[in-house]
Design a protein around this ligand. Sequence first.
Ligand SMILES: [Zn+2]
Length: 510
Amino acid sequence: MDSNEENPPSQEISEGLAKIKTSGSVFYNPVQEFNRDLSIIVLNTFAKQLPQSETPLNPGVKHENGISILEALSATGLRSIRYAKEVKGVKEIIANDISSKAVEDIRRNVCDNGVNDLVVPSHDDATMLMYKCRKERRFDVIDLDPYGCPSIFLDAAVQTIKEGGLLLVTATDMAVLAGNSPETCYSKYGAISLRMKACHEMALRILLQCIESHANRYGRYIVPLLSLSADFYIRVFVRVFTSAKTCKQTLSKLSMVYHCTGCGSFQLQPLGTMRINEKNRQMKYGLPTKPPGGSCEHCNHPYHLGGPIWNAPIHSSDFLNNLQTEVSENFATFKRIQGVLSVISEELIDVPLYYTLEQLSGTLHVETPSMVAVRSAILNSGYRVSYTHMNKTSIKTDAPGRLLWDIMRTWESQHPVNQKRLVENSPGTNILAKKIEFGVSFEYHSEASPESKKLGFLRFQQNPMPNWGPGTRATAMVGDNKLEKRKKNQGKRKREQSDDNENSEDNKNC
Ligand SMILES: [Zn+2]
């Protein structure tokens, strides 16, 4: 390794209302500007709804009754400085990092930006700092934006967040979460990831169940406000509340996932059941009795078992409505934020996971129908359908798998498949051998084209620039084993990049 790599040059960065300098060893990722812009909008929306926010709130001014924020892994301090300058109603922001070099940078940048009265630099191990604060000094907001997996910080974070406080958590180890390494995923997140088309939503739901399980240990539970998959990372925004009673519902908010290795169909198996007892109006908790049978009902191929995943809503509709009113054109990534939030607000909130158009047509080796045709067919049968922000050919629907395959069988009857492609016992052959049960109509349905598309929003952004990947962990944060980590990261970056590149086309690799 040459000396340039050991001591990369310092850089000056201007983003939002902040201007910072890095010493070069601290990692700055320009692609995360979208992430930081969106976080500022979320925090402004969150701060506004707190009871103490009746007086007019301004950014860049200390509010004694305002919110306290901990940025546990701050690196350059950029995020904290932006929060100080752009979030209304802040009392205090702790910008912490374990590296003394990073904290030097943070100190200098805080001074240069004139936010000394709002941002307090802190040099500590993130978990130790949180454990020290969990009794006397809880925070309204904790932001965890680590390199890789956040799970080692969760035990401390769920204890150190105030009642109803907001936890912001990023994960960048997408290869692990998207099914390339289910064993590693289990050891890190307590859930098995699967290589399925809906792997990005699966990743979000694995992270949410992981945070919930940490919270449950302390009689606490989460309420997701917004869950986002973007570029090379996922990020969730959840509130944390305390109630031993509500913790009993967790089992019913989790599911195992049966995923067909042949055709990609999936079934969810909830871990618990809940119903209200008619006589005494008490909640009755139970265990489900029927796991799905041994092989796929559509193509006869075997299932893989994944999960548990979070099976309850991953966004809050009310919060999304409030959020959209906070989006302003002042943000550099305004168009992308507007587009993503509009697609998210159209997602079916009560339907986990999704199919993709290529998955359906590819399994049958048939010409790919248009999204409008398939969406119309689902709507014409009386079921609901939406996109997800994670995939531009996603089909999220409450229609049974049987109907989806009937739609594809009907399509095939009009666009016959080349018989040579129908190998014996292949998923496609087995599916096409089944009779069509549902009457299918491809006639155009007025809701087949979503509002966000009609309005011409930037709904699905491609990889924005050449250096868009997660980068290496800041050398200042890695300490002794940085060479080893850097080496390890190189292959990983390539893998993740190829995952996401494929995702931007048709999600083949997941
Ligand atoms: Zn199948």
